[in-house]
Design a protein around this ligand. Sequence first.
Ligand SMILES: C[S@@+](CC[C@H](N)C(=O)[O-])C[C@H]1O[C@@H](n2cnc3c(N)ncnc32)[C@H](O)[C@@H]1O
Length: 307
Amino acid sequence: MFALDRDLPTADNTDNSEPLATKHASVLPAEVLHWLDPQPGQIIVDATLGAGGHTRLIAEKIGPTGKMISLDCDPFMIETAKKRLTNPNITFVHASFDQLRQVLDELNIPAVDGILADLGICSDQLDDSARGLSFQREGPLDMRLDPTRGMPASALVAQLDERSLADLIFQLGEERFSRRIAKAIVLERKINSIRTTTDLAELVRRCVPRSGKIDPATRTFQAFRIAVNCEMESLDSFLQLAPYCLKPEGRLVIISFHSLEDRKVKAAFKDTSRYLALTRKPVQAGEEEENRNARSRSAKLRAAKKV
Ligand SMILES: C[S@@+](CC[C@H](N)C(=O)[O-])C[C@H]1O[C@@H](n2cnc3c(N)ncnc32)[C@H](O)[C@@H]1O
C-alpha cells in the first residue's frame, strides 16, 4: 500500500516563519547531479526523499517543465520535506521504493529519465529519540522507518531464538561477537524485557570489547534496523524493478552506506543485460565534504544506465 500526494495530509503551513529546519546534509550533491545528469523537462524519481536536499537540487535542474516524483517510506520525512519544498512540480509519495513500478502506474508514467536512491536514514530520524534508531538516545526500541508497517525491533529481540538472533547480528551487522550478544539477550530477557535503546546498547557494550572510537553497539543496532525495515529485501526488489521504470539510456544513481548494500549494487550493475555501469569504482566524498559532513565518509555512489 502507498499514498500519493493527493491522499496525503497537507503540510501545516499556518506557521509562515522559517521552513522546518533539518540537520540532514545531503551527501555528494555535485556528484549526484553529475551522474544523474538531470535535464530541463525530464521526469526524475527521488526514491529516498528524506529531508529533500537532493530533490531540491534535481528539481532546479529539470525546471518548471520537468517532473519530480519523490518517495519516502517514512511519513514524517515526507511532512518535513513538504514544508521545505514548495516547487509545484514535485509529487510526494509515501511508499517504499520497492513499490516504484506500482507508483508510476498509478501516476500514468510509463518510464522516467532518471532515478536516485540515497539509502539508509536521515540525521532527523536518528536524532528523534522516539524512533529508537540511536544507541546514543534513550527511546523505545522501535527502529521502524514506516511505523505503519512491520514489527518494532523490541519484538524481534523478544521473540527470535538464540541462533536466529546470532545469525541476524552476524549477517546484517557483520558483528563477530554475535553469538555472545545473542546469548546475553536470551539470558537477559528471562529476567527483564529489553524495551529501550539503552537496554540493548548497554547489554551489547557488556559483550563487545571497545576498539577505537566506534561504539560497540553500532553494528548490532545496524543489524536490527536492517532487519526491522527489510532493507536488503527492498534493495533487491528495487534493483530488479528499476530497469522496468527507466527509459532506454535512463540513469540510476545509488548511494550506499555499508558494504552489504554496496555489494548488492555492484553485483546488479554487472548484469549487462539490464545495466551499463557508468562508474567503475564507487565515487566517494572528497576531503572537504568529509570534514564538513561526517556521514559522507561512508557514502559510496554508483551509477548505471539502462541498456
Ligand atoms: C539518507 S536519507 C535521504 C536523504 C535525502 N537524499 C536528502 O538529500 O535529504 C534516506 C531516506 O530514505 C528513506 N528510506 C529508507 N528506505 C526506504 C525505502 N525502502 N523506500 C523509500 N524510502 C526509504 C528513509 O526514510 C530516509 O528518509
